[in-house]
Ligand binder design. Structure first.
Ligand code: ZN
Length: 386
């Protein structure tokens, strides 16, 4: 089987002869071998190429024992000639990401001695795992230098050294490989064993952006975006910045400060609101019968925060021996409520309210919490001792 992507990375359209076709998944899919292919399979953490064989889509491409299997829906007749087409947009995008990865991994290895111990490249993300930690400053330095390598437009060289040459060559991803080892060299930046398609010059990668870094198995996992992906990300972020900038009437480069000011203002408003709520609840308490007149204290108020309600109930249980309750909301929209008592059984009350008035509530003997839709009269029926 000729691997056309090793002969010319730009080949997207090719013809080949079908040499094998077998059904799998009870005939739902077929896997096809050709005498030549331009499809790069899923390999080394990279997803497979997309495209078509004849008039059907290639669902997946896998490599086993150096044979490249194309997965398709309908069978292809062995011995026939078929045309293949590789989706260049995805292939080129993968080449940009993968070549960018070599630059970042090469620079991290050069400066800090860490190895790339995990690589994942799909249409959704590119992640690089290193067996050492990197500070934000070190990452910024790597990113800057990686982009300088792009600007220099260095050649990305592919070579197939002999065993003797390999023995004295210093390169990354040094594992025992049966057969010929393929070496990708970016002069002065990186030397690495790799089987994947790469761009010919670093300039074709476009911008390299490191977008995230998180701790991972004693080292770090970086997310990177190269080329078009970096531009798409820039556009999305610019749209967000513009939207925030317009909403806050702040210059785009000053939105962080504007958001912080807004948060502080919001906090002050919240404090004011809490204060007013507390004052309102205190005033409402004066309308209640005194502990001498009634064992129970039940308040109906407009919508309030749970904390304010709980504080009020906690205060009431110190003076009243029966049920102390605050219902917050309205007859139409329903009430959120808390009932507490130092002597009466609130858990028993919860059961009654659930059964009789369809309340949704729970808790324990001294305090219950929940929601209910009923009129104050209906509720008072079960809460106030007659
Ligand atoms: Zn590689």
């Amino acid at each position: 089987m000729r691997k056309l992507f090793y002969e010319d990375i730009n080949i997207t359209d090719f013809t080949a002869t079908v040499t094998a076709c077998e059904p799998i998944d009870a005939g739902k899919t077929y896997r096809v071998l050709l005498d030549a292919t331009a499809f790069f399979p899923e390999e080394g953490g990279q997803s497979a190429d997309k495209g078509t064989l004849g008039n059907q889509s290639v669902l997946d491409v896998q490599i086993e024992k150096d044979l490249i299997y194309h997965y398709v829906e309908k069978p292809l007749e062995v011995g026939t000639t078929i045309s293949g087409h590789v989706d260049w947009t995805q292939r080129f995008d993968f080449m940009q990401q993968h070549s960018g990865e070599h630059i970042v991994s090469g620079l991290v290895h050069k400066h800090f001695g860490y190895n790339n111990v995990g690589f994942h490249l799909s249409v959704n993300e590119v992640t690089l795992d290193f067996n050492g930690e990197l500070t934000p400053e070190q990452i910024a330095m790597i990113e800057k230098e990686a982009n300088e390598v792009v600007f220099q437009n260095l050649p990305i060289e592919i070579s197939y050294p002999t065993k003797e040459e390999l023995a004295v060559l210093s390169y990354r991803s040094k594992i025992e490989i049966e057969g010929q080892v393929r070496i990708i060299t970016i002069p002065g930046v990186d030397v690495c064993a790799c089987c994947a398609p790469h761009v010919a010059y670093t300039g074709s990668i476009g911008m390299i952006k490191i977008t995230n870094c998180q701790s991972h198995r004693g080292g770090v996992r970086l997310n990177i975006l190269c080329g078009q992906r970096a531009l798409t990300d820039y556009n999305q972020k610019q749209n967000s910045v513009t939207a925030v900038s317009v909403a806050l009437s702040a210059k785009p480069n000053l939105i962080a400060d504007a958001v912080l000011r807004l948060k502080e203002e919001n906090l002050r408003q919240k404090e004011k609101y809490n204060d007013l709520q507390a004052q309102y609840l205190k005033l409402s308490l004066s309308a209640l019968p005194s502990p001498a007149q009634s064992n129970d204290a039940v308040l109906f108020v407009g919508p309030m925060d749970t904390i304010a309600i709980r504080n009020t109930v906690n205060e009431l249980v110190e003076s009243y021996t029966g049920y102390c309750a605050v219902f917050s909301g309205s007859e139409n929209d329903g009430y959120q409520f808390i009932v507490g008592s130092k002597h009466a059984d609130c858990k028993e009350l919860a059961q009654i309210l659930r059964q009789e008035l369809g309340a949704k509530c729970g808790g324990n003997t001294p305090m219950i919490q929940g929601s209910i839709t009923a009129t104050p009269d209906m509720i008072l029926n079960y809460l106030c001792s007659k």
